[in-house]
Each structure stands twice: as structure tokens, then as C-alpha cells.
Write a protein that binds this ligand. Sequence first.
Ligand code: NAI
Ligand code: OAA
Length: 354
Amino acid sequence: MKITMLKSAGAALKKATTASPSPCVSTHLLSRAYYSTGYPERKVAILGAAGGIGQPLSLLMKLNPFVSSLSLYDIANTPGVAADVSHINSPAQVTGYVGEEQLGKALEGSDLVIIPAGVPRKPGMTRDDLFNINAGIVKSLCVAIAKYCPNALVNMISNPVNSTVPIAAEVFKKAGTRDERKLFGVTTLDVIRAKTFYAGKAKVPVADIDVPVIGGHAGITILPLFSQAAPKANLPDDDIMALTKRTQDGGTEVVEAKAGKGSATLSMAYAGAVFADACIKGLNGVPAIVECSFVESSVTELPFFASQVKLGKDGVEQVFGLGPLSEFEKQGLENLKPELKASIQKGIKFANQN
Ligand SMILES: NC(=O)C1=CN([C@@H]2O[C@H](COP(=O)(O)OP(=O)(O)OC[C@H]3O[C@@H](n4cnc5c(N)ncnc54)[C@H](O)[C@@H]3O)[C@@H](O)[C@H]2O)C=CC1
Ligand SMILES: O=C([O-])CC(=O)C(=O)O
């Protein structure tokens, strides 16, 4: 009896292995069902696509099921990056553009432009030390955006974000294309760090955590609101102070660990992809999409400020207020205002002088 069973099991095995493989065997990272139809075609352009952030961000946007066209622009090396990413069997059609003369084509028809172009920090530098190089890069890219895709949403990653976003706003104002709903400083990495660090300290599952982060994107201008963390863990004040400092210094932690080889690229690409996905979902009419971002704002007396925003069919649909703050956070808010104000003014001045 035993022998018979073994024999028939062997026969079944033989039968299974000689049959052709199922046509459903998936070579998709995302399930095929996720590539749902019925959403509008969306073109996304990445400016600085061959860089440390640009390359993994290009990969992640190629995997985004809502992207139909992916335009990769840089001043060098984009043909290789585009050829590489284009072999992935997801729907987005990938095109590489290189050099200023191809920038217009890269941008034309874009619904969303993501900008990680510019130099990163080395140990000992502040984000503001990048201003002299990155301000000019961002300005010229925004002049082209105003010309070739004036209605696109713009996700600004290039540092110093506290100044590059005001530069972009001024460029768009001068070009007559400014729409305060469409310009975003990407502060998602601050939120991702706050969630990760909080979950570690509170010993709660990281996937369940939400922590708003307000202010700007540099040092003390980054203000995580752990008093509003959900779920609430009732951590002692010392822990909250340490978590706040670690979130504010998160970028520096990576810069120092990379020891001269740049700043956060992989976590930033992830953060950039999360925020871009939220923007596209908003454009597509998916309800209740809320993320923190550095936007034109009347939440405080400063003209730009990061807080939670609701994303809709035209970009920002609603900028949310700050909610109740702890005494520690109220103090943090007052402390950050002078630095954030100065960085905003520096950007506005640069855009109007040069
Ligand atoms: N918002 C945030 O949370 C974060 C922002 N960053 C910032 O992102 C920027 C990029 O960082 P990485 O990718 O690490 O730098 P990277 O040096 O690796 O890459 C930058 C890319 O920009 C390109 N580029 C330079 N000038 C350009 C132009 N005129 N047009 C198009 N592309 C141009 C370069 O060729 C390069 O490929 C930096 O300013 C960095 O500080 C970095 C991490 C987080
Ligand atoms: O720290 C930097 O220079 C890059 C950055 O903005 C971040 O990692 O948050």
C-alpha cells in the first residue's frame, strides 16, 4: 500500500513538472491586478534623474501603477539610467533626456515634476551652505517649468528646501504661472524619520504610526509633533526631547555616516516616491489624501510653512492648522520662526535679484 502511494505521488509529480508553466507566473513586483485601468494617463518628469536620489526615485516611479510616462532628465548620464529602468515590465514608458536643449521636451505635458537636482551636503555643512550652487540650478529649472508645463505640480527636493521653494514661487510669479496649490517642498523624509524613531522608542508597530512634522526642512525648523502621534505612547519628556533632536538631525546623521559621499539618497527616494504617489492620487480624485508638505501657507505669519495638507485634483485642496501643541512644541515653533523667515527671505531676494 505504502509503495503504491509513493508510486502515484511520483507519477503526479512527473505530470506536474512536464506540463507547461502557468501563464500566470508573475514577474511583477506589484500584483498585476494593481495595474488597474480607468485612471488618466499621467506624465512624471524627474529633473536630476541620474543622481543619488534621482536613480532610485526613477526606479520607484517606474513601479508606480498610475504613471504612464516617465521622463528622466539630467545634465549627464540619463540615457543609461533610462535604458536600464525602461526594461522593467511595468506600464510607464520611459524616456531619457540629457542637456539643456532637451529640457523642454522632457517637461512638455508633465502632470508632475520632481526636482532632486543639485549638490548634496558633506560633513560639517548646513543645508544653507548649498544655497550658492543649488539656488541657480533650481531657478533655471523652474523657468523651464513655467514655459513648458505651467500647470504641473512641482515637488521640490533640492536643498535648502526652505529657500528653494520660495525661489520657485517667485520664478512662477514673474512668469505669470504661479498657482500656490501646485508647489510643494518635500518634507516627507522628516515624517518618515519621525515615525521610524518614535516606533522604535515606543515599541509599537512602525506601520501603524502617524506623526505630523511642521515648520521647514533644516535643523530646528523641522518640528515633529509627537504630542499628536497616533497611536499615543505617553513617552516621558526626556524621550520626546531626544526623539525631536534625532528627527531634526536625521539628515546630518546620514551625512556623517556617509563620510563625504553625500547625504540621504535611498530613504529620500522612498520619501519622494511616497509623496509623488500621494500627489498623483490627489490629481486622480482619490479622496482623503493627506501628507505634510512645505507650501504657501497662512497657518502662521510666515508665507511658507510645512503642515498637513489635503491633496486634490488641482494640488493643495486644504492646508490644515497645527492643532493643539504641547508647551515644548509651542516653544519649538517660536524658536524656528526667525531661521525659517530668514531662509524664505533669502530665496525671495535671490529670485528677484538674479
Ligand atoms: N528634501 C529632502 O528631504 C532631501 C533633499 N536632498 C537634496 O537633494 C539634492 C540632490 O541630492 P543627491 O541626489 O544626493 O545629489 P547627487 O549629486 O547625487 O545628484 C544630483 C544630480 O543633479 C544633477 N544636476 C545638477 N545640475 C543639474 C541641472 N541644472 N539640471 C538637472 N540636473 C542637474 C547632477 O548631474 C546629479 O545627477 C541635494 O540638494 C540634497 O541636499 C537630499 C536628501 C533629502
Ligand atoms: O541632510 C541633508 O543634507 C539631506 C536632507 O535634506 C535630509 O536627509 O533630510
